[in-house]
Design a protein around this ligand. Structure first.
Ligand SMILES: *[C@@H]1O[C@H](CO)[C@@H](O)[C@H](O)[C@H]1NC(C)=O
Ligand SMILES: *[C@@H]1O[C@H](CO)[C@@H](O)[C@H](O)[C@H]1NC(C)=O
Ligand SMILES: *[C@@H]1O[C@H](CO)[C@@H](O)[C@H](O)[C@H]1NC(C)=O
Length: 504
């Protein structure tokens, strides 16, 4: 996940060509054995028919969740990893995986990270997501899992744990995108590249060679697990603000030849570098096959975006996606590789550890006064981190906002990956929590909302069949059944009342 895109360019990109079925022999013998935590006793409750998956690949959108913050840690996803350092002087507090590992030293970093890899994503998580309709996962990985030098503080050893996730995915019937999320030197300077600060990536050929080496090893995993791994994202969010687009494109071409020399069929996924969709064609070579554009769409890493009201956020979904949809229809396909339900930046560490928020006007150098749609901006209640304190109105808004996004990403594009599958305390970024709480819908759905009707959406999930989706446009929204419906109906009454009070 990234921070700090400008409004228009926050929309990014990705190509995708819904690829033909990619049936391949399974060849995953000889994986290291890992002591599995609770994995052994779970029951499998999702369908995992390869036949069905293959036959629906052409028509079923990618419905994914990111397994972020596991093999490349991020302070906002699991703050507790970083809070052990809070008694230090500010400048000595780690802010990313690089400084985290340096602060602990290799042995202790390895001990803590191994425990984290072993526990933060479990088979239960994958099964629960598959139960609500997730058919893909995207796994962000730092280069140091594949190519580590002795003078770097990072630790490696992730691969067997990644392969354990692949094994579960195979059993459950999930398809996997492996995503190189951090490159040597950092491709964007964000904490989510592993190293926050001034990026060095394209400043040296050695960094590029090491990136390609890591990519080759990641692609080899895709070959070894070709019945599970369907996509390779060659690099997450190389930033057009940091590098010449032509240089990034040159890297993309080099990566294409490398990936194709190892895996002729795997989906070749590129990030849009934060360019406007109108310029995405400069990132795509006509000779590429089975390529997809990845774009990341957030409405809160921007001073303007955090000031617009709920209605405007929902309207913004269509505005931001307009050129993306055009590209998708006329070029390679587009998958929204990251998005969330957040419209504020109150979430702890979301702008980076040690940084404040636009919402409360504490983001140094960026917002020196509070920016939000209200007279008073406070990171509490609806904008706090405890979903038990969310109003019914806010939860309904979250649902409408997610529905509006899915109406585009699921129906108009090649698909989507929610960021993230889980968090420690970031409700709007937590897929599993969102489904539990009702603001993320399960799939398949009986009816998909139409964009301009999104304000009329009620919590209505009663997923039945894939076929029902084709009637979606006609949008017959079922009123919620069950207790949930009653609670929500009451909530809407309360919410509507609050809403009017609010707008006075
Ligand atoms: C990392 O990649 C470089 C460039 O290809 C290569 O020379 C080096 O041996 C690799 N290191 C490891 C540990 O694989
Ligand atoms: C939301 O903002 C828009 C644009 O500024 C405005 O027209 C609209 O009245 C606002 N809606 C509410 C409910 O405040
Ligand atoms: C909005 O509704 C109108 C009338 O039903 C329809 O023609 C139009 O296509 C809809 N727009 C979107 C973006 O769904």
């Amino acid at each position: 996940m990234k921070s700090q895109a400008l409004v228009g360019s926050a929309i990014s990109t990705l190509f995708l060509a819904l690829v033909a079925a990619h049936v391949a022999p399974s060849s995953s013998e000889a994986k290291p054995t890992i002591v599995s935590t609770a994995a052994a006793t779970e029951t499998l409750s999702v369908q995992s028919s390869d036949v069905e998956l293959e036959s629906t690949l052409d028509t079923t959108p990618i419905r994914g969740a990111n397994i972020g913050g596991v093999f490349l840690i991020e302070p906002f996803i699991k703050p507790s990893l970083f809070d052990q350092f809070l008694s230090r002087n500010k400048e000595d507090i780690p802010v990313d995986e690089w400084t985290f590992s340096a602060a602990l030293g290799k042995a202790e970093a390895k001990r803590q990270l191994e425990e984290h890899w072993n526990t933060f994503v479990t088979r239960d998580h994958l099964e629960s997501m598959a139960d609500s309709g997730i058919n893909w996962i995207r796994i962000p990985i730092g280069y140091w899992a594949f190519n580590l030098t002795a003078d770097e503080p990072y630790v490696d050893g992730q691969v067997p744990y990644i392969e354990r996730v692949l094994e579960w995915s195979r059993d459950i019937g999930l398809k996997v995108e492996l995503d190189l999320h951090g490159a040597p030197g950092s491709q964007n300077g964000y904490d989510n590249s592993g190293r926050r600060g001034v990026p060095e990536w394209l400043h040296s050929r050695t960094n590029v060679d090491r990136t390609l080496d890591a990519l080759a090893k990641m692609t080899q995993i895709a070959v070894d697990w070709s019945d599970v791994v369907y996509g390779i994202q060659i690099l997450n969010e190389p930033s057009r603000w940091k590098w010449e687009v032509k240089d990034i494109f040159a890297f993309y071409n080099e990566a294409y030849d490398l990936v194709r020399s190892i895996a002729p069929d795997v989906l070749f996924m590129i990030h849009d570098t934060f360019l406007s969709p109108k310029d995405w064609s400069t990132l795509v070579a006509p000779r590429w096959t089975q390529a997809l554009m990845d774009t990341h769409i957030y409405q809160m890493f921007d001073n303007y975006m955090v000031t617009i009201n709920e209605t405007a956020h929902i309207e913004m979904v269509a505005k931001m996606a307009e050129d993306v949809m055009k590209f998708d229809k006329t070029s390679i396909g587009v998958v929204v590789g990251e998005f969330s339900a957040a419209t504020h930046d109150c979430t702890k560490y979301i702008n980076g550890l040690g940084r404040g928020s636009r919402w409360e006007g504490t983001l140094e150098g960026i917002a020196d006064h509070p920016l939000c749609p209200f007279a008073t901006c406070s990171c509490t209640g609806d904008y706090g981190s405890n979903p038990a304190e969310f109003s019914a109105h806010y939860k309904r808004f979250l649902r409408n906002y997610v529905d509006a996004q899915l109406a585009v990403y699921d129906q108009e594009l090649a698909g989507w990956f929610f960021w993230n599958f889980r968090t420690e305390g970031a409700p709007e970024w937590d897929y599993i929590l969102g489904v539990e709480q009702g603001w993320i819908p399960s799939f398949p759905r009986t009816a998909m909302p139409k964009l301009n009707e999104s304000s009329a959406i009620v919590f209505d999930d009663a997923p039945t069949s894939h076929e029902a989706k084709s009637e979606a446009g006609q949008g017959k929204y079922q009123l919620a059944k069950s207790m949930y419906g009653i609670v929500v109906t009451l909530g809407i009454v309360v919410a509507t009342t609050c809403y009017f009070l609010f707008s006075l």
